[in-house]
Design a protein around this ligand. Structure first.
Ligand SMILES: [Zn+2]
Length: 129
């Protein structure tokens, strides 16, 4: 059962146009099964597919079996287009998994600062739940 919808950032320079394919390549080089997120959002807001939702992700220690992960290109400042796309992705997932809670990587792993903004607060402010 999916309990968490986890927001990440790629921790790449804000000016760099990173794609899901880039992440896939980097993760493969580390010896992983490629991209560990289920969705990726480029700087211009383009939403790209990662792993299908029926395939367990690799993005948050201890919670992969019951979460989905979405990652935004960048590190500190995210674009309006990215914010809009993030809401779209989370909204779609929320419809499929109404019980799931939106949170940031840092909410599940206090050692991480990712995604460098308060994902829970963003969701609450926008959708109030
Ligand atoms: Zn993360």
């Amino acid at each position: 059962m999916i309990r968490y919808l986890v927001v990440h950032c790629a921790d790449t320079p804000d000016h760099r146009d990173v794609t899901a394919a880039d992440i896939h390549g980097w993760h493969q080089k580390r010896g992983w099964d490629g991209i560990g997120y289920h969705a990726f959002i480029r700087r211009d807001g383009t939403i790209e597919a990662g792993r299908p939702v029926y395939w367990t992700g690799a993005h948050v220690r201890g919670h992969n079996s019951h979460s989905l992960g979405v990652c935004l290109a960048g590190r500190t400042h995210f674009t309006e287009a990215q914010r809009h796309s993030l809401e779209q992705v989370l909204w779609a997932w929320k419809k499929t998994y109404p019980e799931a809670q939106v949170c940031g990587h840092n909410d599940l792993d206090p050692k991480k600062s990712c995604p460098n903004f308060n994902a829970k607060a963003l969701w609450k402010e926008r959708f109030g739940a």
